[in-house]
Design a protein around this ligand. Structure first.
Ligand code: SF4
Length: 360
């Protein structure tokens, strides 16, 4: 098993080293975290509006999210922690890309691996950020803004744009059916809240989700990946009448379809925040060691970001450390259930008062 698995948007897949066709002469390499891939969709939309759908190299976890997206021609998986790990796997994928004869490569992710892939692809034009460690290998270096939302920062790679397309996922009928089937089997109808208590980084996890659920007046769906299931089960076990865990139970796209059906999503600074943005669900986002000003906050009017306002140590890192370096984790521990509950009720009230205009 050495080739790259290509997922075509005509529903077929092919494992090959030597490409038998070419869908686009533009390639975007985005192998960062799930949320970053979601926030790259406006850039994909702008490029597609100018040149037609583009090819994308991304991680296996994120590849399914881009399937069927109208801005994407082909999704090329790069399993950097699995079959493609190490320089040998990287070089193998680079050789595959070279065979596709891309004219131009965009690099929203600033990793050296991405730079190496762009270089080995043989593309004459390589467009990335000037502050990337491998920027010397780019043919066009774009200044990365220090402020603003990540969506706009990434869009700078495409030059000036008349507007900002929405963060988007092209959910299919099967994704909605997966969500509906799962919810109906558990008797969950409309007016439920969703929470996403997990995060890759320990200090980003707000510790009071179980208490919040006990204070809400509606069913609560707990969303997340398989790695979040123990935490989700513990919250559900503390609220057996009200909460049910869907962590790890559905595909990523099915989870996004479930989030779309929720009245609100309460989440840490993590990927579900961006999934909610993409499907138009109101968000209450809880920030601990990070801040929305880093550029990864919610975007929808009416969304709420909460964080400890009076803590000199905050923010303490770009991603959030696994453990609080000061040992007290006050940024999250002192973000009270009362404050979060009030925000949730306000957001839900505003959403339901205009429910006659359904979201899309
Ligand atoms: S140092 Fe401050 S901001 Fe960082 S995790 Fe600890 S309490 Fe939070």
């Amino acid at each position: 098993m050495g080739g790259t698995l290509e997922q075509r948007n005509d529903g077929t897949t092919e494992e090959s080293r030597v490409p038998t066709f070419r869908r686009s002469d533009l390639l975007v390499i985005q192998t960062a975290f799930l949320g970053d891939v979601v926030l790259t969709t406006p850039l994909l939309s702008v490029l597609a509006s100018r040149h037609g759908p583009v090819d994308v190299v991304t991680t296996p976890a994120a590849s399914g999210l881009l399937e069927g997206h109208p801005a994407v021609a082909s999704v090329i998986r790069y399993d950097k922690r699995g079959v493609d790990r190490g320089w040998r796997g990287l070089h193998r994928l680079g050789a595959d890309l070279r065979g596709r004869r891309y004219r131009r490569v965009y690099l929203p992710h600033r990793s050296l691996r991405s730079t190496a892939l762009a270089w080995w692809s043989g593309a004459r034009e390589r467009i990335g950020f000037a502050d990337a460690p491998g920027a010397i290998a780019y043919t066009s270096r774009v200044r990365r803004a220090r402020t603003g939302h990540e969506v706009e920062r990434l869009l700078a790679l495409a030059g000036s744009t008349p507007g900002v397309p929405a963060v988007s996922l092209a959910l299919a009928a099967r994704d909605h059916a997966e969500a509906d089937t799962w919810l109906e089997a558990r008797g969950i109808g409309t007016r439920f809240a969703a929470i996403a208590p997990g995060s890759v980084w320990g200090t980003k996890r707000w510790p009071y989700y179980a208490e919040l659920v006990s204070r809400l007046d509606r069913p609560v769906l707990i969303v997340g990946g398989p790695e979040d299931s123990a935490l989700a089960q513990a919250i559900a076990a503390a609220n057996p009448e009200r909460a049910v865990s869907a962590a790890g139970a559905l595909s990523l796209r099915g989870s996004a379809a479930m989030i779309q059906r929720a009245s609100v999503l309460v989440t840490n600074d993590s990927a579900p925040l961006h999934l909610a943005t993409a499907v138009g669900t109101p968000v209450v986002a809880l920030f601990g060691p990070t801040v929305p000003e880093f550029g990864f906050g919610p975007r929808r009017p009416g969304d709420v970001s909460l964080g400890h306002a009076d803590l000199a140590c905050r923010p303490c890192s770009r991603h959030g450390p696994e453990r609080c370096p000061l040992g007290h984790h006050r940024c999250m521990r002192e973000l009270s259930v009362e404050v979060v509950l009030k925000a949730v009720l306000d957001v839900v009230s505003a959403e339901e008062s205009r429910a006659i205009c359904p979201r899309n």
